[in-house]
Design a protein around this ligand. Structure first.
Ligand SMILES: Cc1cc2nc3c(=O)[nH]c(=O)nc-3n(C[C@H](O)[C@H](O)[C@H](O)COP(=O)(O)OP(=O)(O)OC[C@H]3O[C@@H](n4cnc5c(N)ncnc54)[C@H](O)[C@@H]3O)c2cc1C
Length: 279
């Protein structure tokens, strides 16, 4: 029987500092067979292993259409992520996956899309946006993004903002407090909570709404969307839970009748809103 925890090796090809505590890693499979067989859906995740430290889930930050390599972005918050963020080009990592269900790309491709996100929760949306930029003919709606972070430095992928705007993506940024980077940037930094953008901006018509970020943000985003009577079946939330196995065995990420690792991490809000303390 195959060992489900067997890892495959990837080589770190590039390391890019995205903010004071987030680094982006360009990863490439060592083995060509692994490379050719590796497919994923935006919103799915991999588990990256570090011997002695265990493993941790990370979202894909690039389009699945790019076969040569893929990217993850890692915020240093604890043992494994701090170790990872000290790793260098040429070093190897073990990973397994992809796991989880991913975003409903068939719906996303047909509808106007509103992405509401905070901090590192933005990583899986970069995968969708990259995909949209490569494959625009198959996306039939508009893209609107409300993205918030503590400061301008904490907004990930800022080197892509101009490209996104040039491709008709309506990008609205929100920071907790204004700083010099904000003032010097060509982008308007709204100051406050990302939920205020939902209150104050004209939303794309009848959007499918994709949400990922800190649980407290998700909670208030849903409350604001409720004021606009957005159907809960049109809201998809990607949940971040501590998880161990990643394959629906260990129960660490169990919520109600679901496992976040196997049945999620993306859930239509109407399917999980009844679960106590879900956010
Ligand atoms: C589906 C999924 C996708 C994710 N994608 C990304 C990503 O793209 N980039 C990224 O930087 N992080 C992502 N995370 C979070 C990442 O997995 C954790 O930050 C990581 O496991 C922490 O490991 P550690 O050993 O460094 O920290 P630990 O020492 O385990 O914990 C340090 C601190 O981080 C908190 N923490 C640990 N795990 C989580 C978690 N899952 N959610 C929230 N807080 C946590 C702990 O409560 C503690 O306060 C994702 C998590 C999930 C479940």
């Amino acid at each position: 029987m195959l060992n489900p925890y067997q890892t495959k090796l990837v080589v770190i090809k590039r390391v890019i500092k995205e903010s004071s505590d987030v680094k982006r890693f360009v990863l490439e499979f060592e083995n060509n067979v692994d490379k050719e067989n590796f497919n994923f859906i935006p919103g799915q995740f991999i588990k990256v292993s570090i011997p002695g430290l265990g493993d941790a889930p990370f979202s894909f930050g690039t389009s699945p259409r790019i076969k040569e390599n893929f990217e993850i972005a890692v915020r240093a918050v604890g043992n494994l992520t701090n170790f990872l963020n000290r790793m260098q080009i040429g070093q190897r990592l073990g990973l397994r996956g992809p796991y989880g269900n991913g975003f409903p790309m068939d719906i996303i491709k047909k509808r106007n899309v509103l992405i509401v996100s905070g901090g590192c929760g933005f990583v899986p949306f970069k995968s969708i946006i990259d995909d949209y930029l490569i494959d625009r003919k198959n996306y039939h709606g508009k893209f609107q993004i409300f993205y918030g972070a503590r400061s301008f430095d904490d907004l990930l992928f800022s080197s892509n903002f101009e490209k996104w705007e040039n491709n008709k993506i309506d990008l609205k940024l929100m920071v907790d407090k204004e700083d010099n980077m904000c003032k010097d940037s060509q982008y308007k930094c709204n100051v406050g909570l990302v939920t205020e953008l939902i209150k104050n901006e004209d939303l794309v018509e009848k959007p499918v709404v994709l949400v990922c970020g800190p649980p407290i943000m998700v909670k208030f985003v849903i409350l604001e969307l409720d004021k606009l009577s957005i159907p809960h079946s049109d809201i998809f939330v990607s949940l971040e839970r501590r998880m161990e196995c990643g394959i629906g065995v260990c129960e660490h990420c169990a919520i109600g009748p679901y496992y976040v690792c196997k049945d999620g991490p993306v859930f239509a809000w109407d399917k999980i809103e009844w679960i106590p303390n879900i956010i």
